[in-house]
Design a protein around this ligand. Structure first.
Ligand SMILES: Cc1ncc(C[n+]2csc(CCOP(=O)(O)OP(=O)(O)O)c2C)c(N)n1
Ligand SMILES: [Mg+2]
Length: 251
């Protein structure tokens, strides 16, 4: 997945093999793709469920609404997971929507919708399993709104201190999902110090392997014009005009 983020326009893996669509930058378009894919899989006789992930800001896009509507009309096996982390870059939720909750957007279209504490891993898993089962057994789409918080800035080009208070961030720090999971598992006698240490070491080793693999790869050498090779069956006159080499435009 990181291949793409290094500036290579190839997505870095075979989407069909791992059944994970390539990341796409235009917000909410993936929700429409998900509905189409779910319908296609159903017509092929597969009992698959498609999961579509979207943020709170993304739910304001028209595409999201078209996807919800069509998913409900088609009774498509899609689970929409809305990660409500309360910010869309610098736009807080209150300036994004007047709906009582984002889950209401699903209800309005006839999509079964529920809210969950997204920082509670066990609760989130439980709701998602129920949602998958609902969709897989022919009951149509399901929307899960997971409440969480964006702890950091949107990107390293964004300064979150310009639009939110430190107290707000601190409050959410105490709801750290990993710390809560650890407390829960320890409380149930399922985890002790050595287990925590082993998990930390595993995570560090995994991150180191990913970094090494990325460093070992040569930087992608992309020819920007190559993207047009896969857009038009035959190049347009305008493209030929700009082509540096011969252009194989039919007469
Ligand atoms: C159609 C479209 N409009 C605008 C953008 C620019 N943009 C990128 S991320 C973002 C905010 C997304 O917020 P949210 O859906 O809450 O997702 P989060 O970043 O919190 O995961 C915007 C406006 C875009 N990528 N696509
Ligand atoms: Mg957000």
């Amino acid at each position: 997945m990181l291949t793409l983020l290094r500036g290579d326009w190839h997505c870095g893996y075979d989407p069909a093999a791992v059944r994970v669509a390539p990341q796409c930058t235009p917000l909410a378009t993936q929700t429409i793709h998900a509905v189409g894919m779910a319908e296609a899989l159903r017509r092929k006789g597969e009992d698959a469920v498609v999961m579509a992930f979207i943020g709170d800001g993304g739910t304001s896009e028209g595409d999201f609404h078209e996807a919800l509507n069509y998913a409900a009309v088609l009774n498509a096996p899609v689970v929409f997971l809305v990660q409500n982390n309360k910010y869309a870059i610098s736009v807080p939720l209150a300036k994004q929507t007047a709906a009582p909750a984002l889950a209401y957007k699903g209800i309005g279209y006839g999509v079964r919708s529920e809210q969950v504490d997204g920082n509670d891993l066990v609760a989130t898993l439980s709701v998602l399993m129920a949602a998958m089962e609902h969709a897989r057994t022919g009951n149509g789409p399901f929307l899960v709104e997971a409440h969480t918080y964006r702890m950091d800035a949107h990107t390293n080009a964004d300064d979150a201190t310009r639009y939110r208070q430190a107290e707000e961030v601190e409050e959410w720090e105490s709801a750290d999902p990993l710390a809560r999971l650890e407390t829960y598992l320890r409380g149930r006698g399922l985890l002790e110090d050595d287990g925590v240490e082993a998990a930390r070491e595993d995570a560090e080793a995994f991150a180191a392997r990913v970094r090494d693999a990325l460093n070992a790869d040569a930087d992608p050498e992309a020819d920007p014009l190559e993207i047009f090779d896969h857009v038009f069956a035959d190049p347009t006159p305008q493209l030929c005009e700009h082509a540096s080499g011969p252009c194989s435009r039919p007469n």
